[in-house]
Write a protein that binds this ligand. Structure first.
Ligand SMILES: *[C@@H]1O[C@H](CO)[C@@H](O)[C@H](O)[C@H]1NC(C)=O
Ligand SMILES: *[C@@H]1O[C@H](CO)[C@@H](O)[C@H](O)[C@H]1NC(C)=O
Ligand SMILES: *[C@@H]1O[C@H](CO)[C@@H](O)[C@H](O)[C@H]1NC(C)=O
Length: 387
């Protein structure tokens, strides 16, 4: 029986590789990923920066976890919907030492992370000290130390919170969502030409992280591109009387989105090149930009309100009281509270998406329709020969 199954699977695989079409890959069994290892910034941080620095406060987390849950949203992030979709638990943050379980993976993302080191502290512009190169060092340390602990453990209960080496590393899905803060730092510190000139280095450092993990046995990579950063309300909040053409028809800063598009163009080209450099890797490039921009440009049809409106916090009369903060305005105490209907907002706090928007985006990327190659995440371990 086993022989027959092996034979059938073998036939499927050779067909898939010869033909190279997404349909053939779909004929293969789902990957059955035992674990997820995630690298990124606040778009996918499930508790890292909150544990390492100042805890994220209420009302963050209120619409799902019913309490702050280390996430910059009112509920789940895209990475949480990915975990759900793959039948895995939500990822514990590597930097969190309390109540964590790493059996099915770990999250190395931290809010404020960049691909490149920024030479800034978190107290200046919120830049995390855990840039992507440090996140991969954390991964190495995590892998070495959990593997050792796993081998030493006498009691099965001691192993139940650790990944099983080596399969839970080699067969895991490695996810990336990072780059947005490199652009934000670029807008802040570099000229347009300098940021343009830095772009290949930023993209190369992301490719280096992928290569680093590949050399240590990782094979399946799911790489998000960066979102329309110029559509974040925080970007447009302070703009008064913009010149014609500065904003697009949805109120997003066009020049900033153009930089994100350029980053994504170079990232996609680099991922295609990586396929040649890392012959055994299955690399999926995911157009998160398209998903987010499609939502922003279709909010009315999709049951959302004006995409530049901020749910949590108070932003009127030139007063900005950010989500969860308090301020004295005209002698009275003002609290940056949540809006009444968070599920109709795209932006939770001016920088981060609501759970409802994250779910919408996840629904549009998980089935592979915005991926290169167009393979659903359940099949993202299968490599295609010809693209
Ligand atoms: C940070 O500082 C180092 C050493 O001065 C420099 O090589 C590097 O380019 C800087 N990084 C950025 C992103 O500015
Ligand atoms: C504060 O009070 C002044 C004077 O009454 C008023 O003009 C201004 O709009 C008030 N600001 C806010 C944010 O309510
Ligand atoms: C993927 O999901 C989105 C959202 O549900 C849907 O609009 C799209 O048609 C789907 N694409 C495929 C290829 O299934």
């Amino acid at each position: 029986m086993d022989f027959v199954r092996v034979l059938v699977v073998g036939v499927f695989i050779s067909l898939a590789l010869r033909d190279g079409s997404a349909e053939q890959v779909m004929g293969l069994p789902p990957c059955d990923f035992p674990a997820i290892y995630n690298f990124g910034d606040s778009n996918s941080d499930t508790g890292g920066i909150s544990a390492a620095f100042l805890p994220i406060q209420a009302p963050y987390g209120v619409n799902f976890f019913r309490k702050p849950a280390g996430r910059d949203s009112d509920g789940r992030l895209i990475i949480d919907f990915i975990a759900e979709h793959l039948g895995l638990p939500y990822l514990s943050a590597y930097l969190d030492s309390i109540g964590t379980n790493y059996h099915h993976g770990a999250n190395f993302a931290t809010g404020g992370s960049t691909i490149r080191r920024q030479n800034e502290t978190i107290f200046e512009n919120g830049i995390s000290p855990f840039s992507l190169d440090i996140q991969t060092v954390h991964y190495d340390q995590f892998k070495a130390r959990t593997s050792e602990l796993y081998k030493q453990a006498k009691d099965p209960a001691d192993r139940s919170k650790l990944p099983r080496p080596p399969q839970y590393f080699s067969r895991a899905l490695y996810t990336f969502d990072i780059g947005q803060n490199d652009l934000a730092a670029g807008f802040r510190k570099l000229s347009d030409a300098q940021l343009q000139a830095a772009m290949p280095d930023i993209v190369n450092q992301l490719a280096s992280a992928v290569t680093h993990l590949y050399q240590r046995g990782a094979r399946a990579f799911w790489i998000h591109n960066t979102g329309p950063i110029g559509c974040l309300p925080v970007a447009t909040l302070y703009i008064r009387n913009p010149n014609p053409g500065f904003l697009d028809q949805y109120g997003c800063i066009k020049g900033q989105n153009d930089k994100a598009i350029e980053f994504n163009r170079q990232l996609k080209a680099r991922v295609i090149k990586l396929r040649a450099e890392l012959p055994q890797a299955a690399l999926t490039y995911v157009d998160v930009y398209a998903a987010k921009y499609t939502l922003i440009s279709n909010t009315k049809n999709q049951g959302f309100t004006d995409p530049l409106k901020i749910c949590c916090g108070r932003h009127d009369n030139n007063i900005n009281v950010w989500c969860g903060q308090r301020a004295i305005v005209n002698g009275s105490d003002v609290y940056g509270d949540t809006c009444a209907y968070p599920s109709t907002y795209v932006s939770w706090d001016g920088v981060h998406y609501t759970q409802a928007a994250n779910q919408w985006v996840a629904n549009h990327i998980l089935n592979g329709s915005l991926s290169d190659p167009p393979i659903p995440i359940t099949h993202a371990c299968h490599k295609r020969l010809r693209m």
